[in-house]
Design a protein around this ligand. Structure first.
Ligand code: G3P
Length: 216
């Protein structure tokens, strides 16, 4: 399972990279705005900076919602850096844009996916990644992880090459549940990733080992 970090914060991306477990980055317009990145030029520069920190795929989302606009933006984003993956929303024109961009060899990430039907369309259109949002489904009393498992099953059945990228991860258990469900990728904020490190028996065990070593 690949680990992507879901942030536009360069320090957090560097910290995850330093840990040695980072395979890529996802961003969205909300995450870019949270870092105060505004204006086309600054946004483009920021994506390139992220690509220079990490080695893997970096998802950059289009703002347009019409086919022509998404194609234009998608091609411009893809031209920024070979690591850029164009993130396209799961809407009718989005499906058409994914089909078009993937036929041109441009990697895509179909975002805002909340059902198996939407995931089937994304795969049929040739998306590189499909992003089911599990936290937002949990928010409306629907088991988000079940959707991840359902998509994984369907894709395996038909040998779809689209990778299941579990998104909207809110806590450490989500990561473990996505691993159990067979997600290809999880994208999460830094804290849930760091949460995987924690176990009180590790801490007390280490404390005892060091105390015994001092006594010896
Ligand atoms: O990758 C999508 C993610 O950023 C959405 O997360 O927590 O806003 O639902 P959240």
């Amino acid at each position: 399972m690949k680990f992507f970090i879901d942030t536009a914060n360069l320090d957090q991306i560097r910290e995850a990279m330093d840990l040695g477990i980072l395979d890529g980055v996802t961003t969205n317009p909300s995450l870019m705005a949270k870092e105060g990145i505004r204006g086309d030029e600054n946004i483009r520069r920021h994506y390139v900076e992220i690509c220079q920190i990490v080695e893997g795929d970096v998802s950059a989302e289009v703002i347009a919602t019409d086919f022509e606009g998404m194609i234009r933006e998608g091609e411009a984003l893809a031209a920024l850096h070979p690591q850029i993956v164009v993130k396209i929303p799961m809407i009718k024109d989005g499906v058409k844009a994914i089909k078009y961009l993937s036929s041109k060899g441009i990697k895509t990430n179909c975002t805002l996916v909340f059902s198996a039907g939407q995931a089937i369309l994304a795969a049929k259109a040739g998306a590189t990644y499909v992003s089911p949002f599990i936290g937002r489904l949990d928010d409306i009393s629907t088991e988000g992880v079940e959707l991840v498992a359902q998509i994984v099953d369907i894709y395996r059945y038909y040998d779809f090459e689209t990778q299941v990228l579990a998104a909207s991860i809110r806590h450490t258990m989500h990561i473990i549940q996505c691993a159990e469900a067979g997600a290809d990728v999880v994208t999460c904020p830094l804290q849930p990733i760091l949460g995987l490190l924690n176990h009180p028996l590790t801490d007390s065990g280490l404390e005892k080992f060091l105390a015994d070593h001092k006594k010896a």
